[in-house]
Design a protein around this ligand. Sequence first.
Ligand SMILES: *Cc1c(COP(=O)(O)O)cnc(C)c1O
Length: 340
Amino acid sequence: MAFIEISSKNLFHNLKQIENKVGSKDKISVCLKNNAYGHGLELMAKLCSEYGVQRAVVLNMTEANIIYKYFKSIIVLLETSSENIKENIEIVINDVKNINKIPKDTKVHLKIDTGMHRNGIKPKDINQAFDLIQKNELRLEGVMTHFKSADVLDSTLFWQNDIFQKCKKEIINLCNKENIKTPLFSSENSSALSRLNKHEDFVRAGISIYGYCYTSHKSHNLGLKPILSLYADKTSSRTLNPNQKVGYGGHGASTKEHSKISTYDIGYGDGLPRLNENDIYYTADNEKIIGRMSMSVISIESDKKRVLIFNDVQSLAKIKDTISYDILVSLSPYIQRVCK
Ligand SMILES: *Cc1c(COP(=O)(O)O)cnc(C)c1O
């Protein structure tokens, strides 16, 4: 059966690189949303916690409840109201209007929209949000923002960061005035943490823990290693004559005469992007994919029992004109994840 292998060695290497960049393990929160970017939520939670990471970020309560025992703090990005929230689960406020929906005593992170204009309160609404948080007896654990183009080498990251620094000052003043504990600040995703030299209380590292990062400048290179390898197993083999074509539509022609073509048990039904006759793709061991990918199988110029579809998703992402996040996150949760 097709399976995914997660390299704990590469994961620990990536976490170490991030730790070196930001100064300590305590400053890392790992972004495990969307089934840990397709890597397997619980497996990744377990490994990150084994390394010593104490913070995670997920999308919703379902994900948070699966991994609550592995972390000291779990930030939930997109949940507005929920009952029986565990002590270590913290809810993000994306809109002033949501504050009234959160049950009393819940730990919250206030998100500030510093320029992405997707989620978060406007800087001018900080006072109002602060009052509502107090009135509803919520516990302000953190204040965060998200950068819209930290991967682009222009000044956007810096002006957004300037806005955040101003908000931060204002919040620290409010806390001092009201005699409340100062919250933890966070802003950096992977690209931002690789570009900025001064880090907030913790960073929210997503794609970098999985081994990819998207800033093009060499000085931002964290030396990361992809951690996910996708394997498929042979279901059958045949030798084709040059005039015989493979798969739906008969578009798959072998490049060799009388070549051995085998079918392997992975397809677009497993979440891979559908490769068609126009996509030229080779496995990690340089075996050519022939013809159109089917829902559950793929034909490859190989006779091996097992093939490595990829151990670095970037070439596949390039062929499909997308980003590595997109392909990784789409990998079906039904594929077995094993750890090496
Ligand atoms: C997804 C996400 C991250 C992680 O981003 P990467 O680019 O994968 O490092 C951090 N913060 C928030 C709010 C996110 O939604």
